[in-house]
Design a protein around this ligand. Structure first.
Ligand SMILES: Nc1nc2c(c(=O)[nH]1)N[C@H]1C(S)=C(S)[C@@H](COP(=O)(O)O)O[C@H]1N2
Ligand SMILES: [Mo]
Length: 324
């Protein structure tokens, strides 16, 4: 299958990188004294990862949260093991099996900074933030731009509640979100030709839509690191890359954010990235998807099946590249 052979949506390194940098990369990396991902194979790393995992989560008492029955599925839930061992999280590497590497990420203490066009900039401790938010469980489908999909129970809160908490000014038009960028914990940063840090953005209308969700957990317990602990976005009507993980900064702005993938390859990954089976990716069809775990192929639905919630957001925007 093409995704296995070609690693799907990732563009070849030779295209992502200025020629000279690409050819000299190995030399450069050696010169800088960076043993690429060698650390992940050492026993010391594994021991440290184990220790990080076993610390009790300070919000564990909030799980499982009550399910919001508004959001129903047309298919069985993906097995937890599949959703937590097949991940995209480029900070930890470009393969799908980064879940062990991700255990090195320290998720406490963790702070989230709110800045830009807000009444008052602030930095908030993650546990204070989570305890202020109305936690609930939602069953959502997830459709990666690579054409695999899953259906999982997220725990979290409506993004609208987060926006209200942040008190943006009326002049703000977009929300820009940023992932942690401490290279100490994540081997992916050594691939310096990627435009770190991971950035994503939504319009204010999208961010305050009922479907936009901030995830703090999955399968009835706090979020595993590989799925974006301690705080990630969940926008199920958009391709999965919009759902930014491990957020440290939320900026309100009147400038449309340029995301990580848009910076890397704007022709293939745009700002809107809404799911549409009729608009192929430049290198593959989006007509159907491979269901994680079972391998079943299912037809992909426009807006990933969430048109009732979100189609109206785009009424005046027909000239935009809404589906790339
Ligand atoms: N910071 C960060 N967020 C990210 C990514 C990433 O590489 N880094 N990958 C994205 C992609 S492509 C997908 S499909 C989803 C995968 O989420 P999951 O691993 O929980 O299924 O996370 C998204 N969020
Ligand atoms: Mo994805």
């Amino acid at each position: 299958m093409f995704i296995k052979r070609k690693r799907g949506w990732e563009i070849p390194e030779s295209e992502a990188t200025p020629e000279a940098v690409f050819h000299d990369r190995r030399k450069l990396v050696q010169a800088m004294g960076l043993g690429v991902i060698a650390a992940s194979a050492t026993p010391g790393f594994i021991a440290a990862a184990g220790a990080a995992t076993s610390a009790p989560d300070p919000t564990a008492d909030l799980y499982p949260a009550k399910r919001n029955e508004t959001f129903t599925l047309d298919r069985p839930l993906t097995a937890e093991k599949d959703a937590t061992t097949y991940n995209n999280f480029y900070e930890f590497g470009t393969d799908k099996d980064i879940y062990q590497e991700a255990q090195a990420l320290p998720i406490r203490p963790w702070q989230v900074k709110f800045d830009g066009m807000v009444e008052k900039e602030m930095t908030v401790d993650i546990d204070d933030l989570i305890r202020k938010m109305p936690l609930e469980e939602r069953l959502y489908r997830h459709r990666c731009v690579e054409a695999w999909s899953m259906a999982v129970p997220w725990t979290g809160f409506p993004m609208k509640a987060l926006v209200e908490f942040a008190k943006p000014k009326a002049s703000a038009k977009y929300v820009r979100m940023e992932t942690f960028s401490d290279a100490k914990f994540a081997p992916g940063f050594k691939q310096f030709w990627y435009p770190w840090p991971y950035v994503e953005g939504l319009t204010m209308a999208e961010a305050t839509n009922d479907l936009a969700f901030i995830g703090t957990g999955i399968y009835g317990h706090p979020m595993p690191r590989q799925n974006g602990a301690p705080l990630r976005l969940v926008t199920p009507w958009k391709y999965g890359f919009k759902s930014i993980k491990s957020i440290v900064k939320i900026t309100f702005t009147d400038q449309r954010p340029v995301s990580y993938w848009e910076k890397l390859q704007a022709k293939e990954y745009g700002f809107w990235a809404n799911v549409n089976p009729e608009v192929p990716h430049p290198r593959w069809s989006q007509a159907s998807e491979r269901v994680l775990g079972t391998g079943e192929r299912k037809p992909t639905l426009i807006w990933n099946g969430y048109g009732d919630f979100v189609a109206g957001l785009y009424d005046g925007l027909k000239s935009e590249r809404l589906f790339v």
